[in-house]
Design a protein around this ligand. Structure first.
Ligand SMILES: Nc1ncnc2c1ncn2[C@@H]1O[C@H](COP(=O)(O)OP(=O)(O)OP(=O)(O)O)[C@@H](O)[C@H]1O
Length: 672
């Protein structure tokens, strides 16, 4: 039985389960360790239904084959052709070998008989020597043996060619698919990365899919090869004895039944990672991952987590043991029926050979044929289940490649205003994240004059970062519009817009690269422009620190490198600022750029920012009011709404939400 639709519906169920809140007992951290496995798909299990599901799976999988061959064809035509030819040849070789063994044996027996008939007086067993035979029979035997040698050589060559072509094609296809996944991911919209289900899709496409087409191709070719062996063997047997062909076909039926039952069970077992194992993996990662180490150690969680792992592990092992035992014992018993049938037939043929109705060669042929037909039946099933499994992953790949970047790229974008002054207008902007019940921004309108520095404040979750994502066009507003120098940004080319914006995000990236590259990535055109990079580092207040590094600007940063330098959180943040300063963009966006900076560094930065922001429109988010008060204007957001705006003095005078937050923070400092 192939799980067919049942498997997919199970995957869907799993995805839904993931989105639903888990009970505490289910997390694996507390509660009973007997976490149940998902119920198997509720489907009838009689032979007919199994057969129907099998044929549905066969059709579904067969449909996937053309696209896999297309991928292989695109990757390399010569290798694909070689592989196809070699598959046909390898499929015929077992039949040819069996046939040659038969004619060789028949020739030997015939030669013995011819020679034996000339010595009718012989009563004791007489073993003839080569010299006793006629030249014709020796010639024939040598000819057949030579033919056999050719087949053996062909077999070695075919094996070598298969290995080489498969490995080379694997490399080519993996490269080409990874390239496609990367290229597509780089075009995707931010919401794709922020949604867990679609992000899962990307991770799977990136991790699993590159290997799959070639595995599928290999399984398909294996299936083809075995089908060729199987059919040619049957044809050969028919020419010798139709009865033999029939029995060779019937003998593996019990094996086929057992394969179809237990093969599918182990398939489900392998691909349905049981919930208990997922929890074990999580517990293990809590103890073995660097980012969790500090907290796990401080709270003394290690022994507790290890103990939970062990207890879950015992339950898991017990379930595995039962399943593995059942599968193998039952599978072997069914297989034995085939073996017994085969032996009975073998005996029957041997007896017929004795009575002279079949030759010794026929007996040899049947032996080879029966073994290879049985092998093919086993192989047919595992090749097919391999294809089925690979196809599931390929589906993921094609679903990923079929996703559309959600930002609409205008067909003929409006011209970017020249020169860009940096006048930003939010005009009744509203926004709700996909699937979110509450909008993150509600009817927000404000205006930032060219060169103005505006700070956005508000409590956690007020919508500050969302505002910035919309301005950078990482999302499109669900209502209202954003104008840049009077032009609606949705009519501009998003790439061109983003080139005019320089940003530091809350979760800025620490690239595993040299100090110089870390800053240079802010503007690819100046990736290796040392003087500009040094100037940007100086503006961000990190130049002296970089100069003190063992290899200055060429020092590798981060732990990926053997001699990589580990920077502090604040130093990394300054590097990110340097990256933003490298880009000579008219709009500067800073999302909590000073959260990791010490008081001195923050003060220095804002003194510099005043110079840097000159001529640039700057929008920054900060929870530090010492920084905020220096802005030309301050915007206060509350639950996605703009509730106050003005200078620090104006807002203090207003004595509203801003004044309250400011006083709260200031008094905290004063009390201390
Ligand atoms: N990718 C997302 N998908 C769904 N909802 C989101 C997403 N990002 C943020 N939100 C929600 O939108 C609201 C506003 O989030 P936002 O990040 O803009 O807040 P913020 O003011 O920047 O908060 P903080 O001060 O904590 O950084 C929050 O309620 C948050 O839960």
């Amino acid at each position: 039985m192939m799980p067919g639709g049942g498997f997919e519906s199970m995957m869907l169920r799993r995805r839904r389960n993931r989105l639903q809140p888990q009970t505490v007992a289910d997390s694996g951290l507390t509660g009973p360790v007997e976490i149940p496995d998902p119920a198997p798909p509720n489907q009838p299990n009689d032979f007919k239904s199994r057969y129907q599901r099998l044929s549905e799976s066969v059709k579904g999988t067969a449909k996937a084959l053309p696209r896999v061959f297309r991928l292989s064809w695109q990757a390399s035509r010569p290798l694909t052709i070689t592989l196809l030819i070699v598959t046909v040849v390898s499929g015929l070789i077992p039949t040819a070998t069996a046939y040659v063994a038969k004619i060789l044996m028949d020739a030997v027996v015939e030669a013995i008989q011819i020679h034996g008939s000339t010595r009718p007086d012989q009563t004791v067993l007489y073993i003839p020597m080569v010299g006793d035979f006629t030249v014709t029979s020796v010639g024939k035997i040598v000819g057949i043996a030579a033919f056999q040698l050719v087949i053996f050589i062909l077999q070695s060559v075919a094996t070598m060619l298969t290995t080489v072509s498969q490995q080379l094609l694997q490399e080519r296809m993996t490269l080409s698919i990874r390239h496609q996944v990367m290229a597509h991911a780089s075009r995707l919209h931010l919401s794709f990365f922020e949604d867990s289900a679609s992000y899962d899709l990307l991770r799977q496409a990136d991790r699993e899919a590159p290997m799959r087409p070639m595995s599928m191709m290999n399984s398909a070719l294996g299936l083809g090869r075995m089908t060729i062996t199987f059919s040619s063997m049957i044809v050969l047997l028919i020419t010798v004895s139709p009865l033999l062909a029939l029995v060779a076909l019937l003998a593996p039926v019990p094996l086929f039944i057992s394969q179809s039952k237990y093969g599918a069970q182990s398939f489900i077992l392998n691909y349905m990672v049981s919930p208990i194992r997922r929890r074990m993996d999580y517990l293990s990662s809590l103890v073995t991952t660097d980012t969790y180490a500090k907290e796990v150690k401080l709270f003394g969680l290690g022994p507790y987590l290890v103990d939970r792992f062990e207890r879950l592990g015992k339950v898991y092992y017990e379930r595995q043991r039962r399943m593995i035992r059942k599968k193998n014992v039952a599978g072997t018993l069914w297989g034995l029926i085939s073996t017994v049938t085969g032996s009975a037939i073998y005996l029957y043929i041997a007896l017929r050979a004795v009575s002279g109705e079949l030759t010794l060669g026929d007996l040899a042929l049947y032996t080879a044929a029966a073994a290879s037909v049985q092998f093919s039946v086993g192989g047919l099933f595992s090749s097919f289940s391999g294809m089925y499994e690979n196809n599931l992953y390929l589906d993921t790949l094609y679903r990923f490649l079929g996703t559309k970047p959600e930002i609409d790229r205008p067909e003929s974008p409006a011209a970017m205003p020249q020169p860009l002054r940096g006048h930003i207008t939010f005009d009744h902007v509203s926004f709700a994240y996909p699937g979110a019940e509450e909008p993150a921004l509600k009817d927000v309108s404000f205006d930032i004059q060219p060169g103005e520095t505006v700070a956005v404040v508000g409590k956690n979750g007020a919508g500050k970062s969302t505002l910035i994502k919309l301005l950078c066009r990482l999302y499109d507003p669900t209502g209202g519009r954003i104008l840049l120098d009077g032009v609606d940004i949705s009519t501009l080319d998003p790439d061109e817009l983003q080139r005019r914006i320089s940003a530091v995000f809350q979760d800025h990236v620490s690239y595993q690269a040299t100090a110089s590259e870390n800053i240079g990535l802010g503007d690819l055109e100046h990736l290796a422009d040392k003087p500009r990079i040094e100037q940007a580092a100086d503006r961000a207040g990190i130049a002296t620190r970089i100069e003190r590094l063992p290899r200055g600007y060429d020092s590798p940063l981060g732990r990926w490198f053997d001699e990589g330098v580990s920077l502090s959180g604040g130093e990394w943040q300054k590097i990110a600022l340097g990256r933003a300063f490298l880009r000579e963009a008219p709009i500067l966006v800073l999302d909590e750029p000073t959260s990791a900076l010490d008081a001195q560094a923050e003060h220095d930065l804002f003194v510099r920012l005043r110079q840097l922001a000159e001529g640039r429109t700057t929008l920054y988010i900060s929870h530090r009011f010492s920084t905020v008060r220096q802005a030309d204007r301050i915007i206060l957001l509350e639950h996605g709404k703009l509730v106050e705006q003005g200078t620090h003095a104006e807002l203090m005078e207003l004595d509203g939400g801003y004044a309250e937050l400011f006083t709260l923070q200031a008094s905290a400092y004063l009390d201390a």
